[in-house]
Write a protein that binds this ligand. Structure first.
Ligand code: NAD
Length: 471
């Protein structure tokens, strides 16, 4: 049993925790980063964002090769080498987590591998495989993230029922895959498996895919999914699952209940995530956990225990890596003496389907619900030269503009590469840019980024390539 003292201990080395620890080290704060994994990375790098994006890249290549025939290039049908595909995906993860390990060492962050338990508001015990360390700290940042939520009806003890972690291991390409949940994970992994050759059915509880996103942004994804998937069952839930021979038979409730009894080779359950707030010893502190399991924090990410901060998925929606990183760095600034607050005007959301969907700031749905008047300017990608050259006119860029100040308060994009384009929208909102600012900013031609400038032109009914008006 060893003992050490540090200024700051960060529990959880995901994008929230490692970003916090690295900034602390850069600011000269002594920091220990604790995680059960051998290197920083967390769910995002080991079994989330990164391996899924590696698979989605492969899916995109397969899909483009298929479409290339229309452009005068014919490829043979792809042959999958699953072990090689897994090796490539795992190589991506190893490269990134190894890189973070090096960055951590170079910054002289102390890395403690093991499971953390809180002993008191200034003491942590880390149990590794063969040793136990006691770490005394001035401040702690809890960044323990979240895990898949599996409700009772979907908790069948069988390897045929997968959560996102298991699905990313790519155990095989099931002939028939049922995806429960038409949200981020269901659609990203569902489309990846469909491209690899699975016949995919999506079952979604609400009346549309990606609830929360504006419907006009979801439509192109839904259309493409309709060609890619065997079926999409909306307003339907899975009431029961049971093993049936080599597969899983499902009993459905709701609109598609008539399809009950169908058998799938595998089922992917992706119906949301739950915060990892059951941290051993948390009850020895004043930290409060709300009814949904989120740790309560103030605008500086400080819990009710003054020495302890909490960030990321652990403290609430949206459960997104970049929100966690921002909060982690903010908490470190506060510990370092800054009066900073967590007050973003826009947190981008990106769903890496094909086409991608991305939005930031206010959505049209939120504006309607709040009765807030907004002007909406839309630029359809059919009017974008670059989209035509890519044969990807299935896109839309839209701006939500405050009618009084003409400031941009929301941006939504659906289309190839929307995830890259949305950053300009975030900057526009954060900088208080007006539609005129965006209109007057020279964008490179021919690019998809012009759709942002042209949607601002639409606001003034002056778009060069589209004769639309804001409404
Ligand atoms: P989600 O909240 O995005 O989607 C869950 C979906 O399941 C919803 O559409 C919901 O209506 C539906 N649902 C819930 N219960 C159901 C049931 N019993 N039967 C059928 N449908 C049901 O959750 P997720 O896809 O599991 O992802 C979890 C979180 O992880 C996301 O909210 C997101 O914050 C994060 N994530 C982000 C990205 C990204 O940034 N690209 C990718 C993956 C995950």
């Amino acid at each position: 049993m060893s003992e050490q003292s540090t200024d700051l201990v960060v529990v959880g080395a995901g994008p929230g925790g490692y970003a916090a620890a690295f900034l602390a080290a850069d600011l000269g704060i002594g920091v220990t980063l604790v995680d059960e994994a051998p290197n920083p990375g967390g769910v995002c790098l080991y079994r989330g964002c990164m391996p899924s994006k590696a698979l989605l890249h492969v899916a995109k290549v397969i899909d483009e090769a298929k479409h290339a025939e229309a452009w005068g290039v014919r490829f043979e049908d792809p042959t999958l080498d699953l072990p090689a595909l897994r090796t490539w995906k795992d190589g991506v993860v190893d490269r990134l987590t190894g890189g973070l390990g090096q960055l951590s060492k170079q910054r002289k962050v102390t890395y403690a591998q093991g499971r953390a338990a809180i002993a008191d508001p200034h003491t942590l015990v880390v149990r590794g495989t063969d040793e136990e360390q006691t770490i005394r700290f001035d401040h702690a940042i809890l960044a323990t993230g979240s895990r898949p939520s599996i409700p009772g009806a979907l908790a069948l003890d069988s390897d045929r029922v997968m959560d996102s972690t298991r699905a990313l291991e790519l155990p095989d390409v099931p002939a028939r895959l049922l995806v429960v949940g038409g949200g981020y994970i269901g659609l990203e992994l569902g489309t990846a498996y469909a491209a690899l050759g699975s016949r995919v059915t999506v079952v979604e509880m609400t009346d549309g895919l990606l609830p929360g996103a504006d419907r006009d942004l979801v439509t192109p994804v839904a259309k493409r999914l309709a060609t890619l998937a065997e079926a999409v069952w909306l307003e339907t839930t899975v009431a029961r699952m049971e093993i049936a021979g080599e597969g899983v038979a499902v009993t459905l409730e709701g609109k598609a209940a008539e399809h009950s009894g169908q058998v799938f080779d595998r089922v992917l359950v992706a119906v949301g995530r739950r915060p990892n707030s059951a941290i051993d010893g948390l009850e020895t502190t004043r930290v409060q956990v709300d009814a949904r399991g989120f740790v309560e924090v103030d605008a500086q990410r400080r819990t009710a225990e003054p020495s302890i901060f909490a960030i990321g998925d652990l403290v609430g929606e949206p459960m997104l890596a970049h929100k966690a990183s921002h909060e982690g760095r903010l908490a470190v600034e506060v510990i370092h003496g800054s009066k900073a607050l967590f007050e973003p005007l826009a947190i981008p959301a990106v769903v890496f389907t094909d086409p991608e969907v991305a939005w930031c700031g206010l959505t049209e749905t939120e504006a309607k619900a709040a009765g807030r008047p907004v002007k909406i300017a839309k630029f359809p990608w059919g009017a974008s030269g670059r989209a035509v050259t890519l044969d990807r006119i299935d896109g839309l860029t839209k701006l939500l503009v405050d009618p009084e100040s003409e400031q941009i308060i929301g941006v939504g994009v659906v289309g190839a590469g929307a995830g890259e384009l949305i950053a300009e929208g975030v900057l526009a909102i954060e900088m208080g840019a007006t539609a005129s600012d965006l209109k007057m900013t020279i964008h490179p031609h021919p690019t998809l980024s012009e759709t942002l400038m042209e949607s601002a032109e639409v606001f003034f009914a002056q778009s060069t390539h589209y004769r639309g008006k804001a409404r």
